[in-house]
Design a protein around this ligand. Structure first.
Ligand SMILES: [Zn+2]
Ligand SMILES: [Zn+2]
Length: 916
């Protein structure tokens, strides 16, 4: 068999297990959607964790996949190794086959052997297997696996080795699923051992040299470990295998480095081509080439999975990797952004297996270039500062760059620690990374301290707590104090259980008093999740009458402490009393306006994801009766077309009048159904899910506590009023719906109609008419400017008659008409050109104020004349000031009546100047 391409290696793996009844499962996203403990997917089993924990199930019991993985940790400096050797990577693929309570050791072992030897054609003599034997003697030796190696495969029995807990026992965590594993290693031949000269080195599997490579780990999950460390056999046993794809390809392609496989070579070749490097040049700069190839893959895949460069968490990881690659590019000699070209190669080579790359091509490329440009901008400053720092330390023979110095480089110039470390290392210095972390933490603390503290004094808080305790003691509040679903109703018959004025409990309050009312339950929505509070009124009525005894206008409902809701308002009439039976009524129209904007926000969110891509994530939201505001992640301004498409899609959903369903669900269930939860939000076990769309096929589903419409048609009309950037990679859309949108459209249409009437054209001709008028205006202005210049020229010709000679120097001092200071200056040029040698003083009145320009030809400047000095003297006369160069200066004044006087004095001043 000829040499396999990496795509063929991957496909053979999937096909081999597919033909053995495995379901081919797509790779999960690099961003783990329902595991907040994980920064990135880092193993094939991530997406099946719930199955192993017994929390979830799949419609299949056998699966095969290749999983995208990222391993980067800020703590350990593994990033530093990437590029410096041939095996460490940030991004990699993990091939795996899975059995969920289906087949077990026998099949797993037999198939792995068959695939490696028959499909991939690896030589049997080069393969080794390890099985588990407990060095503590507490757990059973895995003779079962060893037996199958002997009976089901052609392996040399001498190649079956036993190893202990560190190498051959797998645990998911301190408790939970675990079991023995069996590892397959490949012998690259004795000549590949780099430790041959070391007398202590035992050249064998797990011997820590480059000769034996671990290829495939077969994990047999058969126990459940309890908190006391006891192992209980699992009723259903599972198989979880993982094979490093890049390593496998390097063996099958017979190369000694992952970077020499066809997974990396196309990237390296493209960079080489761009740089015009020879193969020797590449070898000389191999670290830079490797870093760019490795990071280029990570960058493309991360952005493809919706990660944007930023300052926290995974966003920071992306920024750091991208900047590190950009810096190595700079080292190669790139002086412009080039990483998009690299990403392009990744998309081309990996796109067929990972369609998300192809689907988000434009997004990936523009994000890369934007971030790279932003970085190159600050990099020069940061690097030259770093250079100064390092030179200083070298002079002092220091070996460590202090942490706070590295942090300042990051804080001021955006120079990531990783780059500081790389550069420092190249010059033989280390960086105090603990010190760096400490400085970073300190700054975070400061930032927290600087946050405006909720000006809520302890005293008030304590009072609310007392009130809550008293109401609870007397059992006056509903179940949880909130006690009521405020979503279904907008009015409610209830009782006043407490009345507060100036934070004190009172029995009653009268007209004009600002009060807080506590009810046992409420139908008012309390501000949260970006939706503003309801307003309305609370009133007491005599039996059978419409006119209230007393009424409080409610401006806001809020929750000062958990469990206590107060209605803040003003007594409008009568005397409000604790204990009175009342109606609490929400302003219905306003509630509906809010609901329109909230439901529309969900539609907007879902259409943005549809039009722009899945990387769009909600970053903030404000829902008021007047408008909605939605902040989201996206790296570029929306084009007119994109905005139009989003608007139309939302309005299509409005017109389709989809039902809006609100249900309570278990959190896990909701997430497994693809409901959008906000990243970083904490949710309880039971969550409220808002779904929009036909039953069973919702196109929008979000965890949300807000008030919504029953059907999207109630939105009426959706209209975007603005789109703008509000931070790196963050956009903001403001929009209106319902009555406000209709008002807006009416108002703008009537402006349009009036304008059309003024212009005497039809409404849809207004833009063309306006353009043509603007064109006319522009050419008329040009014509006027031309005429003015002609006039000035004519005046100038006449002026030349007034040139006088002062002590042998030609001087023209005259009053002219000029439309601007520029024109005035230009006229002095004409005079100078004509005179050859001489002094010009021109004056005019601009906007009611005198203006003067003086010019002196260079030959006279050499003789000590100075236009600045001259103009200052003239400015004195007109009551102003001025200055400029010796050849050209200008001045302004206050009194236009003194202008002629000033011009008359010019010859005398010139004479004085020549005499001095
Ligand atoms: Zn060795
Ligand atoms: Zn919502």
């Amino acid at each position: 068999m000829g040499e396999l391409t990496s795509a063929e290696v991957r496909q053979s793996f999937l096909d081999f297990f597919a033909s053995r009844d495995h379901t081919v499962v797509p790779s999960a996203s690099l961003v783990p959607h329902d595991d907040p403990t994980l920064l990135f997917s880092n193993a094939g089993m991530n997406q099946f964790k719930d199955v192993f924990l017994g929390l979830g199930s799949r419609p299949y019991t056998r699966a095969v996949d290749t999983q995208k993985c990222m391993r980067v940790s800020g703590k350990h400096n593994d990033l530093e190794d990437v590029g410096r050797d041939s095996t460490h990577h940030t991004f990699f693929e993990m091939l795996g086959n899975w059995s969920f309570g289906d087949y077990y050791k026998k099949e797993a072992i037999a198939w792995s052997w068959e695939l490696l030897t028959e499909v991939y054609g690896l030589s049997e003599e080069r393969l080794w297997a390890t099985v588990f034997r407990d060095e503590l003697g507490a757990l059973e030796t895995d003779e079962e696996a060893a037996g199958y190696w002997r009976s089901e495969t052609g392996i040399d029995p001498a190649h079956i080795l036993y190893f202990g807990r560190k190498d051959n026992f797998w645990e998911m965590a301190d408790t939970g699923p675990c079991g023995p594993c069996s590892e397959i290693s490949y012998d690259r031949g004795p000549e590949t051992c780099e430790c041959a000269g070391d007398p202590d080195h035992v050249c064998q599997v797990n011997g820590d040299c480059g000769r034996f490579v671990e290829l495939w780990n077969l994990v047999f999950i058969q126990y459940d470990k309890d908190a006391d460390g006891n192992l209980h056999p699992l009723p259903a046993k599972h198989v979880d295998t993982g094979m490093g794809f890049e390593r496998l390809v390097s063996i099958l392609q017979g190369v000694n480095s992952n970077y020499r496989t066809d997974l990396f070579m196309p990237i390296i070749r493209r960079v080489q081509e761009m740089m015009g490097h020879t193969d020797e040049d590449v070898e000389e700069n191999i670290t830079a080439y490797r870093v760019i190839a490795d990071h280029g893959r990570a960058i493309a895949f991360l952005i493809g999975d919706g990660v944007l460069p930023g300052n926290e968490g995974r966003n920071y990881v992306l920024r750091m990797i991208l900047r590190r690659a950009a810096r190595f590019g700079r080292q190669l000699g790139f002086d412009r952004p080039f990483l998009a070209e690299v990403a392009q190669v990744v998309i081309e080579t990996m796109g067929p297996q990972f369609p998300e790359l192809e689907a988000r091509r434009q997004f990936i490329l523009s994000t890369v270039t934007q971030e790279e440009e932003r970085f190159l901008h600050t990099l020069d400053l940061g690097l030259s500062r770093l250079d100064e720092v390092l030179t200083e330390y070298e002079a002092e023979s220091r070996e460590v760059v202090p942490g706070d110095a590295a942090f300042r480089l990051y804080d001021t110039f955006g120079l990531p620690l990783e780059i500081t470390r790389d550069v420092a290392q190249e010059r033989g210095l280390n960086v105090d990374e603990d010190g760096y972390q400490a400085a970073l933490e300190e700054q975070r603390e400061r930032a927290r301290g600087a946050e405006p503290s909720q000006a809520r004094d302890e005293e008030t808080l304590r009072r609310y707590m007392e009130i809550l305790a008293r109401l609870q003691e007397r059992d006056l509040l509903g179940a949880d104090g909130v006690g009521h679903d405020p979503y279904s109703v907008t009015e409610l018959e209830t009782t006043v259980v407490a009345l507060l004025r100036d934070g004190e409990l009172v029995k009653s309050a009268t007209g004009g008093d600002q009060v807080e009312v506590v009810l046992p339950v409420t139908c008012f929505y309390v501000e949260s999740g970006g939706q503003v509070s309801d307003t309305g009124f609370i009133a007491a009525y005599p039996p059978g009458e419409d006119e209230p005894i007393w009424e409080i206008e409610v401006q806001e409902a809020r929750q000062p402490i958990p469990g206590l809701i107060v209605h803040v308002g003003v007594v409008k009439q009568g005397r409000a009393r604790t204990g009175d039976a009342v109606w609490a009524v929400v302003n219905y129209e306003r509630r509906m306006d809010i609901a329109r904007n909230h439901t529309a926000t969900h539609l907007l969110h879902s259409e943005l994801r549809y039009v722009l891509g899945e990387h769009v994530q909600q970053a903030g939201s404000l829902v008021t009766p007047g408008r909605l505001r939605f902040d989201f992640t996206h790296p570029a301004m929306l084009t007119e077309d994109e905005l139009a498409l989003v608007t139309r899609s939302v309005n299509d959903a409005v017109l389709a009048n989809y039902p809006v369903q609100v249900v309570q669900e278990r959190y896990r269930q909701a997430v497994s159904e693809g409901v959008i939860a906000l990243f970083g939000e904490k949710y309880g076990d039971d969550v409220r899910v808002v779904r929009v769309g036909l039953p069973g096929e919702p196109f929008s589903q979000e965890l949300c506590g807000g008030t919504h419409l029953d059907e999207t048609g109630e939105i009426g009309l959706f209209h975007i009023i603005s789109e703008e950037g509000v931070g790196a990679g963050l956009r903001r859309i403001e929009a209106v719906t319902g009555r406000v949108a209709v008002d807006l459209v009416e108002r703008q249409l009537s402006v349009l109609q009036r304008t059309a009437a003024y212009l005497n054209v039809a409404s849809d001709e207004v833009d063309r008419k306006a353009l043509s008028l603007l064109g006319e205006l522009q050419s008329a202005r040009k014509e006027i400017a031309g005429l003015q210049e002609k006039l000035a020229r004519r005046e100038f010709e006449a002026m030349l008659d007034h040139v006088q000679s002062v002590a042998g120097v030609s001087l023209l001092s005259a009053r002219v008409t000029a439309p601007s200071m520029d024109m005035l200056r230009e006229m002095t040029d004409w005079v100078r050109d004509r005179l050859g040698s001489g002094v010009v003083v021109l004056g005019t009145v601009l906007a009611g104020r005198p203006a003067l320009v003086a010019a002196v030809t260079p030959d006279l400047v050499e003789r000590g004349l100075d236009a600045g000095r001259l103009v200052r003297g003239l400015a004195d006369v007109v009551g102003g000031g001025g200055g400029g160069k010796p050849t050209l200066a200008q001045a302004g004044g206050r009194d236009p009546n003194r202008l002629d006087d000033a011009l008359r004095q010019a010859p005398r001043m010139l004479e004085d100047m020549m005499a001095s």
